[in-house]
Write a protein that binds this ligand. Structure first.
Ligand SMILES: CC(C)(COP(=O)(O)OP(=O)(O)OC[C@H]1O[C@@H](n2cnc3c(N)ncnc32)[C@H](O)[C@@H]1OP(=O)(O)O)[C@@H](O)C(=O)NCCC(=O)NCCS
Length: 287
């Protein structure tokens, strides 16, 4: 395919009327990076508080980069696309150069990029991103569930009114850029097949959110408040969850975690999870 040189590009912030050109670009381009987790691109652009810049050439949309609303000084590139008819590196670099001052104004210091599609990985260095580590996928199949440790906490199904407490807990358990906002949690809760909380005296100590995924389930989030970790709460949530899915006839489960997250990896290993070879590289830029 003939790729035209990038001439006379105009960069503009996203406005609602740009939704259709974005849909067209995402539909026709081979260069699409989408790491939206819970939403499709329309929902995400329309309902989220995103930072989205668009690159235009002679009135035609040829590129875009969209980031999630910053949380505690960090954000992620969630959506990016470049038309097949222009040079991806030039378009991405121009968009990025335009975005950086805006992100700095918003006090963003870290931008994460999960390489879900190989193509964007080829341009990550040119944009000033550095390789961080692998996000590993672990999977388990079977019905063996370790017996719960003594003093198992009470576990109940989460309710909508718990979500703000879950967001606070999540942000205490994870550091930036891995934390979830209340908005993210609402979206996750909306599509969850199971969301449970571990409690003691009505206080929420930990929670999990999982979704149906092909013929199994995916554990999307497991977090225990730092002051309560190492006492069997994560294991209790996980064991209870596996029992719930077993009752529904589901015995396949996957989870993603950082390669360096030894605490979670030991717990998952104890419950029979093993790496399935499907890793996603995590890159980041410091502004
Ligand atoms: C990872 C995390 C959820 C684990 O929760 P936790 O409550 O601290 O974990 P537990 O107390 O249940 O597990 C502690 C130990 O008891 C073991 N254990 C837990 N349940 C058990 C059971 N039923 N039988 C035998 N051993 C068990 C675990 O394997 C672990 O063993 P280790 O000492 O070898 O590490 C928690 O540390 C956390 O929130 N971390 C930050 C957020 C995070 O990383 N989440 C996971 C990302 S995917």
């Amino acid at each position: 395919m003939k790729v035209a040189p990038v001439s006379a590009l105009t960069i503009t912030p996203y406005q609602r009327r740009h939704l259709q050109p974005i849909r067209d670009l995402l539909f026709h381009s081979s260069y699409v990076h989408s790491h939206l987790d819970w939403l499709d691109s329309d929902q995400w652009l329309e309902t989220g508080d995103t930072i989205t810049h668009l690159a235009w050439q002679r009135g035609r949309l040829v590129g875009m980069i969209a980031l999630s609303s910053p949380l505690n000084g960090s954000t992620w590139i969630r959506l990016a696309a470049v038309s097949d008819h222009v040079d991806p590196e030039s378009v991405l670099c121009l968009l990025w150069a335009d975005l950086v001052p805006r992100l700095r104004q918003l006090d963003v210091h870290t931008v994460g990029l999960l390489i879900v599609n190989d193509w964007i990985g080829r341009y990550a260095s040119a944009l000033g991103f550095h390789y961080g580590e692998e996000i590993v996928t672990l999977a388990r199949a079977g019905y063996d569930i370790p017996n719960p440790l003594p003093n198992r906490p009470k576990i109940r199904v989460a309710e909508l009114r718990d979500l703000s407490q879950l967001a606070t807990l999540d942000q205490a358990a994870f550091g930036p850029p891995w934390q979830m906002s209340l908005y993210d949690l609402r979206q996750a809760y909306r599509i969850a097949s199971s969301c449970t909380v571990a409690t003691k005296d009505d206080l929420i100590l930990g929670f999990q959110i999982s979704t149906f995924f092909f013929d199994g389930a995916h554990l999307a989030r497991l977090a225990v408040h730092p002051s309560q970790q190492g006492q069997g709460i994560g294991g209790a949530l996980l064991g209870d969850l596996l029992e719930r899915y077993t009752r529904r006839g589901i015995h396949l489960m996957t989870v993603n975690t950082q390669d360096s997250n030894h605490q979670s990896r030991r717990l998952y290993q104890r419950f029979g999870f093993e790496p399935n070879g499907y890793n996603l590289p995590y890159w980041f830029a410091e502004l």
